[in-house]
Design a protein around this ligand. Structure first.
Ligand SMILES: Nc1ncnc2c1ncn2[C@@H]1O[C@H](COP(=O)(O)OP(=O)(O)O)[C@@H](O)[C@H]1O
Ligand SMILES: [Mg+2]
Length: 539
């Protein structure tokens, strides 16, 4: 089916093709750039175009691909860097250099690389849809190859294979493949959802101890410019206790992604000692790339993440930042001349976001394993004002809220997580998990820590009115220890040896500080002077 371009407006184009479905993919113009149908009209459709529309002219041809935007899922993704449409940026860079002309395409999974295949079933075996029939090894990682349909296996390979050839065939003729395509806007199936109960350890004390994130949960990190969103997300990408990390650079600076790529190549996963690159997939849609592809990129990312979840892995999706995604949505919506909602965002912003968030979770997979998909998204509200629509929409659906504070960042307290405004809906479950598995005092210490921080805040207000002389020795002690907690415990420099703190170390450190407090308090009660006690504590 062929048609023509009859209008172009910003990142969208109007075409005269009929018989299309919503989200069908089309190729536009002589350079065959890709787009996706976002509105159907009486005699045609409107398409959001994934590449720069400036090269397109009216009357140029349009071809329907009759499929929605899909990703290729299978071995070969780990360590890759893709754009929002799963084009392999490293492969394209090698071939074409830094300037990729519109319409350029390369397969996302290397077609001629050999992978070892280990069959677990044989010819004549009856299998159920989604049952594991063999495994493919990719480095240290094992991919389960699942039965495409219920039925009998007619042929199954015993050899190494490339992406080109099927691994076998079912009796009804359907091929058994290591690679398959999946439409990005459609969540992948699973047996059932399980409530998140286990922690996703980030190695960041302020998060793990005060505002823990659950595996399968969702967290947002709102913060103004320069408050440390990118550094915090990158630290979590390095240290999180997960099997696979999918990192989306969404509308932010490209050099940050490039630096991260280089840095990760030389680092290892603190939990397994393996190369960090091997567990990471990066999706780059930086500020210089077209907005329609940016809109699509988070769906590409979450679908890849679901693929690994479906194999019984713990997967973490990080996006920096979801606000730039919301802005892309706004730009597309405005060029479609839709009725704008609050601050020009489309009225469906909130429902789109909650549909996206709902793809996180712990699941029982089709093959009966347990997998999880956790999402951590940074939010960059203009001027740091969290009452704006995108932040509010995220806030309504996320389980953890890590508010980054400009005044803390200005004082160089990093991560600049505000300990009064942030919260975690998983705190009860996760604290009891840590109490059981890491330290019997975890919950108690958490209480002590929070109480000390709150008392400090109150005392500071009092001191402002009556002056520091008005405080008693035990008040001075509270302020002294609380400051230590802020500096030595909550503060954690990502560029030092302290960047990663496993839970055992975390609890040890807060335990030592609380113990100091209790000992000093006993001595004050016995009549010792605050100054003397401090002098002894500071070597
Ligand atoms: N955890 C951290 N440890 C040390 N320095 C940090 C940390 N987080 C942020 N910074 C400092 O703040 C700067 C801005 O951080 P960045 O993550 O780029 O902010 P944002 O992404 O919110 O604009 C960094 O270049 C770094 O100097
Ligand atoms: Mg940033």
């Amino acid at each position: 089916v062929k048609g023509r371009i009859i209008g172009i407006s910003g990142p969208t184009a109007t075409i005269d093709l009929e018989g299309l479905r919503l989200y069908d993919r089309v190729q536009l113009g002589h350079s065959r750039i890709h787009g996706e149908v976002v509105r159907l009209e009486l005699a045609g459709a409107v398409v959001q175009v994934y590449e720069d529309t400036r090269g397109l002219g009216l009357g140029e041809p349009v071809i329907s691909l009759a499929t929605p935007l899909t990703v290729q899922l299978g071995p070969g993704m780990l360590g890759s860097i893709y754009d929002g449409l799963q084009r392999p940026l490293d492969v394209l860079y090698e071939q074409y250099g830094p300037f990729i002309s519109p319409g350029t395409y390369q397969p996302p999974l290397s077609p001629d690389k050999l992978y070892p295949f280990q069959p677990l079933k044989k010819k004549g075996d009856t299998v159920k849809r989604g049952e594991i029939i063999g495994t493919v090894t990719e480095g240290n990682f094992t991919h389960d190859i699942l039965a495409p349909e219920s039925g009998i296996i007619d042929r199954i390979s015993q050899n190494d294979f490339t992406m080109e050839e099927p691994l076998g065939e079912m009796a009804d003729g359907s091929p058994i493949q290591a690679v398959h395509a999946w439409p990005v806007r459609k969540p992948r199936p699973f047996k059932k959802k399980i409530p998140p109960r286990e922690p996703l350890i980030t190695g960041q004390r302020a998060i793990d101890f005060l505002f823990p994130i659950a595996r399968g949960g969702t967290a947002i990190i709102p913060g103004g410019f320069g408050t440390g969103k990118t550094i915090l997300e990158q630290a979590i990408a390095k240290f999180a206790d997960v099997d696979v990390v999918v990192y989306v650079g969404c509308g932010e600076r490209g050099n940050e992604m490039a630096e991260m790529l280089g840095e990760f190549a030389g680092l290892s996963d603190p939990w397994t000692g393996r190369s960090l690159r091997e567990r990471t997939i990066m999706i780059a849609n930086t500020s210089n790339m077209p907005v329609a592809a940016r809109e699509a990129s988070i769906y590409t990312a979450v679908t890849i993440a679901e693929y690994f979840r479906d194999q019984g892995n713990h997967v973490l999706l990080l996006a920096d930042s979801i606000s730039r995604w919301a802005e892309a949505l706004r730009e597309i919506s405005s060029s479609l001349e839709e009725m704008p909602g609050e601050e020009g965002y489309p009225t469906y912003l909130s429902s789109r976001l909650s549909t996206f968030f709902s793809r996180a979770g712990v699941v029982e997979t089709m093959s009966g394993a347990t997998g999880s998909l956790t999402m951590i998204l940074s939010v960059s509200p203009p001027g740091g004002d969290i009452t704006e629509p995108a932040t509010q929409a995220c806030l309504r659906t996320s389980g953890v809220f890590l508010m980054l504070d400009t005044s803390l960042a200005n004082r160089r307290h990093f991560p600049a997580i505000n300990w009064f405004q942030s919260f975690s809906l998983y705190e009860k479950d996760i604290a009891s998990y840590f109490t059981e598995h890491v330290s019997p005092h975890w919950e108690e210490l958490r209480q002590d820590c929070q109480t000390l921080l709150q008392r400090e805040e109150k005392l500071r207000e009092v001191a402002e009115i009556v002056g520091a002389e008005g405080l008693q020795d035990c008040d001075h002690l509270v302020m002294y220890i609380a400051e230590k907690i802020r500096r030595q415990f909550l503060g954690q420099n990502s560029f030092s040896d302290d960047a990663f703190s496993p839970p055992e170390k975390t609890v040890e450190r807060i335990d030592a500080l609380v113990l100091q407090f209790e000992n000093a308090r006993t001595r004050i009660e016995q009549g010792d002077a605050f100054e003397d006690i401090i002098r002894e504590m500071e070597p």
